[in-house]
Ligand binder design. Structure first.
Ligand SMILES: C[S@@+](CC[C@H](N)C(=O)[O-])C[C@H]1O[C@@H](n2cnc3c(N)ncnc32)[C@H](O)[C@@H]1O
Length: 240
């Protein structure tokens, strides 16, 4: 059984995830930075820096949300970044941010589902996904479609939560993730489920080598895994 945000509803995971992100879109950026004490910003920077040697010109940011990872990827100096997401609420916040920052000529945000990307095969030089793959309804299908739209020789970088495994970080993290984060998240976002779904979805997500196995299964080669901040997050890199 897939972990879904609203367990009392019958909708599939994809529609529940879209509804959840529509509900929390206005508070998402604040909660992200507040609950992670700003470390999420450092993680995105690190992930983008791994793409720098590739010098990509056309970049796709999947599950772009409010466009933070897409904005970070501007440091690569690409011609264009396209961000896709299934939550119109998150995209609306992202578009407003891009307008405010004067970045609408470089970054374009569109509705798009990771499992059925609205692009031709072999289109992008690089693909980025931050904190998105854990939310996919069908992880393997999402990664396979990502591989399809990547150009041969192109690189995909995935940033996602993982599970710290050593004492005492494992225990501290579990306490924080299960007891503090859901309470603060619920009070601020006013969504009963979103910040309970977060630790639950991390718990069942195949991290580390398990993720690399799926990455390789859909075709990625030269795969690598970087563990960040005691294993709280990980970066996965693969080439086509
Ligand atoms: C935790 S947010 C991450 C947003 C952004 N990448 C960041 O770094 O802050 C996860 C995003 O994944 C999107 N998402 C989930 N499933 C998706 C799918 N199948 N296709 C595209 N986007 C999806 C959600 O709507 C949400 O905006």
């Amino acid at each position: 059984m897939a972990v879904v945000p609203y367990k009392d509803q019958n909708d599939d995971k994809k529609s529940q995830v879209a509804t959840m992100f529509n509900n929390i879109a206005g508070k998402y950026d604040f909660l992200n930075h507040f609950l992670s004490a700003g470390i999420d910003i450092v993680w995105r920077k690190k992930a983008v820096s791994l793409l720098a040697p590739e010098n990509p010109k056309l970049v796709l940011d999947i599950a772009t949300g409010t466009a933070d990872f897409a904005i970070e990827a501007l440091r690569l100096n690409p011609d264009k970044i396209i961000g896709v997401d299934i939550s119109e609420g998150m995209l609306a916040v992202g578009r407003e941010k891009l307008m405010r920052k004067g970045l609408t000529d470089k970054i374009e945000l569109r509705y798009g589902d990771s499992e059925n990307l609205p692009f031709e095969d072999n289109t992008f030089d690089a693909i980025t996904v931050a904190f998105g793959v854990r939310n996919f309804e069908n992880l393997e299908k999402g990664l396979a479609d990502m591989y399809r739209v990547l150009k041969p020789g192109g690189t995909a970088v995935v940033l996602e939560f993982s599970k710290p495994r050593s004492f005492p970080m494992k225990q501290l993290y579990q306490f924080y993730f299960k007891n503090i984060l859901p309470v603060v998240g619920k009070i601020v976002s006013k969504d009963n489920a979103a910040y309970t779904y977060l630790p639950e979805s991390v718990q069942v997500f195949p991290d580390g080598q398990d993720f690399l196995n799926i990455y390789q299964k859909v075709g990625f080669r030269s795969t690598k895994w970087h563990s960040l901040t005691f294993g709280i997050s990980s970066i996965y890199i693969g080439k086509k």
